[in-house]
Design a protein around this ligand. Structure first.
Ligand SMILES: *[C@@H]1O[C@H](CO)[C@@H](O)[C@H](O)[C@H]1NC(C)=O
Ligand SMILES: *[C@@H]1O[C@H](CO)[C@@H](O)[C@H](O)[C@H]1NC(C)=O
Length: 183
C-alpha cells in the first residue's frame, strides 16, 4: 500500500529527474557549437600622451588614445541556450616591465533578441588606456582583440576570442595640445 505522501514523493522525484535531464540536453545540444566568428577591427590615429600620475611618486605615465572601427555579425552566436553576450575589447602588448599587459578598453552587453550586427565607426573607448609606466610610446605591437562571454541558460560559461584581431603601433612622439578624447 502506498500512502499519498509516498506517491507525491515519487512524482516529485520523477519530475525533478526529467527537469535535470532536459537541462542537460539543453546544455549538451549547444556545448560543442563553435562560438567563434569573424570580427573586423581597425584603429584610427593612435596617439600617446604623457600624463602626471598624482600618486605619491609623481611619475608620468603613458596614456594611449585611440578610436576604433568594429564590424561583426554575431547573430549566429545566439541559439536557445544563449541568454546574452558580454563583449569586451582588450589591448595586449609587451613592455620592458611586463611580458603581457592587458587593458580592457570597451565592453558591451547584447541581450537575446537585440541587434547583434555591429557596425561601429570611430568609437571612443569606454575606459582609459593607461600604461603603468612608459610602455606605450613607440610601442610597435599593440594588439586589439574582441572577446565574449556567453551567458547561457544552462551549462558552461565559455570565454571566446574572436577570429581577427588588429595590431597597430603608437607614435614615437608624445602628442601635445588638448586631449582629443574626453572620456
Ligand atoms: C548576419 O548573420 C545572419 C545569420 O548568419 C544572417 O542571416 C544575416 O543576414 C547577417 N546580417 C548581415 C548584416 O550580414
Ligand atoms: C604582436 O603581439 C601578438 C600578441 O600580443 C602576437 O601574437 C604577434 O605575433 C605579435 N606580432 C609581432 C609582429 O610581433
Amino acid at each position: 500500500m502506498h500512502s499519498v505522501l509516498q506517491r507525491g514523493n515519487a512524482i516529485l522525484a520523477y519530475a525533478l529527474s526529467v527537469l535535470a535531464c532536459l537541462t542537460f540536453v539543453c546544455f549538451a545540444s549547444t556545448v560543442f557549437l563553435d562560438y567563434r566568428t569573424n570580427v573586423d577591427i581597425k584603429v584610427i590615429s593612435p596617439l600617446v600622451r604623457t600624463i602626471a600620475d598624482y600618486g605619491a611618486a609623481r611619475e608620468r605615465n603613458d596614456l594611449g588614445q585611440v578610436s576604433f572601427d568594429l564590424q561583426a555579425n554575431l547573430s549566429n552566436l545566439f541559439n536557445w541556450n544563449v541568454k546574452q553576450l558580454f563583449l569586451y575589447l582588450t589591448a595586449e602588448y609587451e613592455t620592458s616591465n611586463n611580458q603581457l599587459n592587458q587593458v580592457v578598453l570597451w565592453d558591451k552587453i547584447i541581450l537575446r533578441g537585440e541587434n547583434a550586427v555591429l557596425n561601429l565607426k570611430n568609437m571612443n573607448p569606454k575606459y582609459y588606456f593607461w600604461d603603468d609606466g612608459n610602455g606605450l610610446r613607440g610601442n610597435k605591437n599593440i594588439t586589439l582583440t574582441l572577446s565574449w562571454n556567453i551567458i547561457p541558460n544552462a551549462g558552461l560559461l565559455p570565454n571566446i576570442f574572436a577570429h581577427g584581431s588588429h595590431s597597430f603601433q603608437f607614435p614615437l612622439d608624445y602628442a601635445t595640445g588638448n586631449p582629443r578624447i574626453i572620456l
